[in-house]
Ligand binder design. Structure first.
Ligand SMILES: Nc1ncnc2c1ncn2[C@@H]1O[C@H](COP(=O)(O)OP(=O)(O)OP(=O)(O)O)[C@@H](O)[C@H]1O
Length: 505
């Protein structure tokens, strides 16, 4: 028995037309093993995980779980077989409590709403305790931090006692401070015999939490090896060959001093009355990258939505360089003046999944003379723009006419970036622009931001990854519990100090 792996994949193949998303993938995974999956955007990682979790049926190949043939036609069947997946986009209901969310959709608990979920509390309580996780069953989910919500989502999957847990980019939404808790939980699960697969673009995740790494390229497994003894550089080499991604040198300050945006006393309340942003005053200047950091859920989203015209602040002023200002200018007016917005939630605010790449590109350029003459659309120009975006941003797509949903997550993000930067905006508001992108593409995007800075644009860059923004930011500010710390020049502070701001209440 000892020789039988928990999971065995042989020759898994999945085609979309002429595109081969998974090309004869074979691998095995043992009980209690933690395996990392790395690969460039569009390499086929999600497709493979969707096959294992019953969301997609492969065109070829076989799967075995504990030596038994595994044929899945739905995620429910996968869950019954002992395979659970935690997706990047949580499926929790904010207005319900943790206990209600844990019970939701689970026939064992769902019918016992009125009994206060006694059994559920006891069972999940024991599980949480064994993993060193605190669960407050009675708090509403929308009051939790993203990290806490993720733990609820993981607990929900774990309550079905999976033998294999798949985590899709679990650290993408976590701050540096929240990562160790996740990895402790993963290690605890592995010690209890659960196998874990982690898809991640963050090499540190693989180095810190996995025993084995599988690297995919063009739908194939190109490396499957032990993580021990490997460095960050070794992993990058496995990922992209010898073509090491290089970040451009940040030239000295190119600030002209001209203010692009000045806020004064910006205050925003959440629908439930709590203060999301408290009297934030700062300025974004031409030729600078101003980073907005902090643990997510501390007011960053609200600030970004206010400066891009998606949310009217409750108090305070916003003044833009083109001489208009006040408490609010709508998003369309701001776009016309040259403010672009790379939204933090691509699926909610950035793309129409069922529409074509062209229509998605047009979303923010419809009024632009290049694509619209006297009210008539110019399809040829749209096609050329998409062609250029696909070429310049190396977007992997089945065709130029494809629907957005046919692109991998990272490639969708690249199209959003290409679209937003296409009009050479003066003020770039970028919320987590590199989330979900591979190391090579992250360097490319950060170089793009540096290039725009050098030509006089101003960038407000919201990020949860201090280490990533540090080399490119001129100034940095932190939001903690809605209060702004800074901005301060990066050259005049330290990572430790900024890290401290993040935890100040
Ligand atoms: N429904 C679909 N129709 C057509 N092509 C698809 C579809 N879903 C995925 N693909 C293609 O399959 C390939 C692999 O996509 P997949 O999402 O598995 O990549 P990935 O490695 O997870 O990428 P990322 O890191 O960007 O999330 C991509 O080229 C993508 O365009």
């Amino acid at each position: 028995m000892a020789d039988i792996p928990l999971l065995r994949l042989e020759g898994i193949t999945k085609r979309y037309g002429s595109l081969i998303a998974n090309d004869g993938v074979s691998l095995t995974l043992d009980a209690g093993e933690v395996m990392g999956i790395l690969g460039e955007n569009g390499a086929g990682k999600s497709t493979l995980m969707n096959v294992i979790s019953g969301l997609i049926r492969p065109d070829g190949g076989t799967m075995q779980l504990n030596g038994q043939a595994l044929v899945l036609s739905s995620p429910r069947e996968a869950a019954e077989a002992g395979i659970g997946m935690v997706h990047q986009h949580f499926k929790l209901v904010g207005a319900l409590t943790v206990a209600e969310n844990l019970a939701l959709g689970d026939p064992r608990w769902g019918r016992r709403m009125l009994l206060g979920f006694g059994g559920l509390r006891a069972e999940i309580g024991v599980l949480a305790k064994s993993l060193g996780v605190d669960v407050d069953f009675d708090v509403r989910v929308d009051r939790l931090t993203v990290g806490q919500q993720q733990r609820v989502e993981i607990m929900k999957v774990l309550s079905r006692k999976p033998r294999l847990l798949i985590l899709d980019e679990p650290t993408a939404v976590l701050s540096q401070e929240e990562r160790p808790a996740l990895f402790r939980m993963v290690a605890g699960l592995a010690a209890q015999g659960t196998a874990v697969i982690i898809i991640s673009h963050k090499l540190e995740d693989i180095l810190e939490s996995c025993r084995r790494v599988v690297v995919m390229r063009h739908g194939k497994v190109v490396n499957n090896s032990d993580v021990r003894g490997k460095s960050r550089e070794d992993l990058i080499r496995l990922l992209v060959g010898d073509e090491m991604p290089v970040l451009a040198e940040k030239s000295g300050a190119v600030q002209s001093g001209q203010s692009l945006l000045k806020t004064a006393g910006l205050t925003i309340k959440r629908p439930n009355g709590t203060v999301a942003l408290h009297e934030a005053t700062f300025e974004v200047r031409r030729g600078e990258i101003l980073a907005l950091c902090g643990v997510e859920g501390n007011g960053q989203s609200e600030l970004v939505r206010a400066v891009t015209g998606l949310l009217k602040p409750d108090a305070g002023r916003l003044d833009y360089w083109f001489g208009e200002g006040g408490d609010y200018l709508d998003a369309a007016a701001l776009r016309r003046q040259g403010v672009c917005h790379i939204p933090e939630d691509r699926l909610k605010d950035g793309v129409l999944p069922d529409a074509s790449l062209g229509d998605n590109f047009l979303l923010t350029h419809l009024g632009c003379a290049q694509f619209n003459r006297l009210g008539w659309l110019r399809p040829k120009q749209v096609e050329t723009a998409v062609e250029e975006a696909v070429r310049d941003y190396a977007i992997k797509t089945p065709s130029l006419q494809a629907a957005m949903s046919q692109l991998s997550g990272g490639n969708q993000q690249k199209l959003v970036l290409a679209r937003e930067l296409a009009s050479h905006p003066s003020l770039i508001v970028a919320a987590h622009p590199t989330r979900g992108l591979d190391v090579k593409t992250i360097a490319f995007i950060n170089n793009q931001l540096l290039e725009r800075r050098a030509t006089g644009a101003g960038v407000l860059l919201a990020s949860a990854d201090l280490a990533e923004v540090w080399p490119i930011a001129d100034r940095i500010m932190v939001l903690s519990a809605g209060r702004l710390h800074g901005p301060v020049a990066v050259s005049e502070t330290t990572l430790q100090e900024v890290g401290r701001w993040m935890t100040q209440r």
